[in-house]
Design a protein around this ligand. Structure first.
Ligand code: FE2
Ligand code: FE2
Length: 259
């Protein structure tokens, strides 16, 4: 079953009706997606930091969850991707998406793309597709980072050829249809014309199942083999490997560092 959203609680979480009315369509879409990810995380693990996170006033709404968590666990000296899932990322939504992709026999790189598609929301919420694609780019097949980058732009564009419908949730919550910003329209067009279009479209299709509570959530360790084949783990540990995005991973490791 798709999850139900308590509209009042959601609007309150973003500062009330007046604040919500000032948001652009894309900001609303990002806020809604983030809320749903937090909500399903909270339902799965009521003792997690989600509630804590939600109740804190967001000084900058675009910042990610690690900037609001009081209970950050230390990371090992040479962190692996699994360490980030266990200590930094929200996992319920992405594990459900990946499980669905796996169970329906989709290519392994799609399963992996689903597994990572929203985890950058730990670092930053706005334009999470672009941030996520960039964060993973040095470590994965380029079709995977491409798919993560474009999944954000495709989510409100239906594609009847593959049975992907416009997500009615947006209208139900906001009372209007989503109107893409120009840069989102441009990204959608770019993706449509690209030979890898389906890589991103498959992520948006599995995305919806990430909010389906009928799909069981196992531990991230269930994906150890797939991660081993799809993610180039640096021997120095992620963040200490000198990759072009190592600094982003270091910020995830220690978001409180001032220097
Ligand atoms: Fe997303
Ligand atoms: Fe998602």
């Amino acid at each position: 079953m798709p999850m139900e959203i308590d509209r009042r609680a959601f609007v309150a979480s973003i500062g009330g009706v007046a604040a919500a009315s000032l948001l652009s369509h894309e900001e609303r879409a990002e806020a809604l997606e983030h809320y749903m990810i937090e909500e399903i995380e909270q339902q799965d693990a009521p003792s997690s930091g989600s509630q804590n996170d939600r109740n804190k006033p967001a000084k900058a709404r675009g910042t990610g969850t690690v900037f609001r968590m009081d209970d950050l666990e230390d990371m090992p000296a040479q962190p692996t991707l699994i360490d980030f899932y266990n200590k930094r990322f929200r996992t319920s939504h992405v594990i459900r998406s990946a499980t669905r992709a796996l169970e329906t026999g989709q290519p392994e790189r799609t399963v992996f793309a689903c597994l990572i598609h929203d985890v950058t929301q730990a670092l930053v919420r706005s334009d999470h597709g672009w941030w996520g694609g960039q964060l993973f780019e040095p470590y994965v097949d380029e079709r995977i980072s491409w798919a993560v980058r474009y999944h954000q732009a495709l989510r409100f564009f239906p594609d009847p050829s593959v049975g992907y419908e416009y997500p009615e949730m947006y209208n139900r919550i906001w009372g209007v249809d989503y109107e893409p910003d120009d840069y989102i329209k441009a990204a959608h067009k770019e993706a449509l014309e690209h030979k890898w279009y389906m890589e991103a479209r498959l992520v948006t299709m599995n995305d919806e199942y990430g909010f389906d509570r009928d799909i069981p959530v196992g531990p991230i360790e269930d994906f150890t083999d797939i991660i081993g084949r799809q993610f180039k783990q640096p021997k120095e540990g992620i963040g200490y490997d000198g990759s072009p995005t190592a600094h982003m991973w270091r910020t995830l490791i220690n978001p409180n560092r001032s220097l």
